[in-house]
Ligand binder design. Sequence first.
Ligand SMILES: NC(=O)c1ccc[n+]([C@@H]2O[C@H](COP(=O)([O-])OP(=O)(O)OC[C@H]3O[C@@H](n4cnc5c(N)ncnc54)[C@H](O)[C@@H]3O)[C@@H](O)[C@H]2O)c1
Length: 352
Amino acid sequence: MKKLKVAIVGCGRIAVCYEDTFMRFPDIVEPVFAVDKVIDRAKEFADKFPSCRYTDRYDDILKEDIDVVHLCLPHYLHPHMAVKAMRAGIHVITEKPVAVTLQEADLMLRTQQETGVKLGVIFQTRYTKSVAALKSMIERGDFGRILSARSYLTWNRPFNYYDDSDWKGTWDKEGGGVLIDQAIHSIDRVRYLVGSDVAWIDGSIRNYVHGFVKVEDTANAVVKFENGCLYNLYACNTYGLDSPIYIELAGEKGRCGLIHDTGFYEIGDTYEEIRDEYVPAGVGPVYWGSSHYLQLRDFYDSVLNDTPVAVDGLEGRKTLEIIKGIYLSSASGGRVTLPFTDVAYTDINTIK
Ligand SMILES: NC(=O)c1ccc[n+]([C@@H]2O[C@H](COP(=O)([O-])OP(=O)(O)OC[C@H]3O[C@@H](n4cnc5c(N)ncnc54)[C@H](O)[C@@H]3O)[C@@H](O)[C@H]2O)c1
């Protein structure tokens, strides 16, 4: 089988999940470039792989023989870097969120269509045994029609989480706060499990505790899906610890959900749990999960076999659209019906 020549761009906190993946699949991927504007980080990553070179200039690698670029960058850089790679004929998989505005996400989608390369967006928490089992049960109709859903995220992001970063806590570079960075995975999983497009969004955001940044640390919203399901979400990063995320879907015949990555379902008198058998990757904080390598492996298979990407750019856009809809609803003080024109924000104080 052909080995994919891959590059990682951005060798910060999340890079450890890519290092783990590249180590797991030496017969499938060969890391040939590590890129970071901080050259020591690029070198440190590259040093772990015999054929991996490093640079602090992204444009240099676009002329090289590279099949896949992994973007692990501050959010606002995803579109610009992805478009450049796609125009150079390189497949792209970017970390979440796909972009910070829907307009930029659309540019990425258009570029993908024009170039015909693959574009993927990381939502690794979809890639667990529990999510796969619940998705099959929902599609089979085991719970009947899904009437409502809820997700509850209470995490902790202390002062130094923002202070140590030159892009976290900013509207222009991170694109928001707890919703676009932390709660995005739970929103994505609910959207995936409900399996419907969104009709309208009504929500509000606040900054209660993190007065030193201008993005939200708390959000609540109601999202109405086109299939009738009403989704209630709450997210904050003002709690004392990173408590397991709670997700629940309630149908006509029963309910199911997730507590962190452990699935559960209740139908009549039956209550069962679904636990992952995967060996934990053992990289990064527990709340990242341990399934990056599963999604990346799936993406590599799509590239090698020229098959559709499961979590593609459009999937990334749809999840971003819920988040941007909550921001717009909060700013306008009312319900936002899809589609809507996205707006860039600069300060939560201008959002009511
Ligand atoms: N999927 C997950 O669970 C998960 C978890 C954490 C982070 N992430 C995502 O990973 C991405 C990176 O987050 P992080 O926490 O690793 O951030 P980070 O700040 O730790 O790392 C970003 C890296 O990008 C580098 N960089 C910045 N601008 C650059 C440029 N122009 N050219 C080259 N390198 C540049 C920085 O020097 C830094 O090393 C984000 O999209 C984030 O949301 C995802």
